[in-house]
Design a protein. Sequence first.
Length: 76
Amino acid sequence: MKKIISITTLLIISLCLSIPSAYADDGPGNPPIEPGGGIPIGGGAPIGSGSLILLGMAAIYGGRKLYVINKEELED
């Protein structure tokens, strides 16, 4: 029971501290964009971290497949 109360208290405190930041003012904003350009195709989205995540997940998937194949060969 004591653990549930402490987790609930921690959750309530963290929510109360995060709510004011949701209503924080962002400032005046960006200047207007000049007509005819300025924004690259695709919106300038970063792709470096996404490709690293994809490669990492592919390596994990391949490693798991190799592990299962080797495990099956050892059991036979």
